[in-house]
Design a protein. Sequence first.
Length: 131
Amino acid sequence: KKYDHAIEQFKKAVNISKDVEPYTFLCRTYLESNRYNEALNCLESATKLYPDNEALLNQLALYYKHTGNLKKSISILTRVLNQKSDSLITHKNLYLIYLDEENIEKAKFHLNKILELIELHSIFRIYKYIS
């Protein structure tokens, strides 16, 4: 029930907004409620409007992961990293996929990237605070 109400509100927001955010919330809500057909329709519509949006592409990759198409999921996430190599969420999603697949070398690679990015973000925050 709570998902139904959220979906209705996000649909309204998608119709009146020119921003990507309502799409990301709507598509994620479909995924979280296991409504995979609606999630795919939402993600396909949204990625036509916002083809390079990192959040939407990660959600699309999660859709393919949840529906068993790991090859497509990895392909999408790799494309995101080609555009934005410092994408923490994308490295996290690849780490989890490779961990599930027991591809330890690739999982370690993405875990190391995650740790590097977290360290860089921490240093940046400290620098902003002291300057």
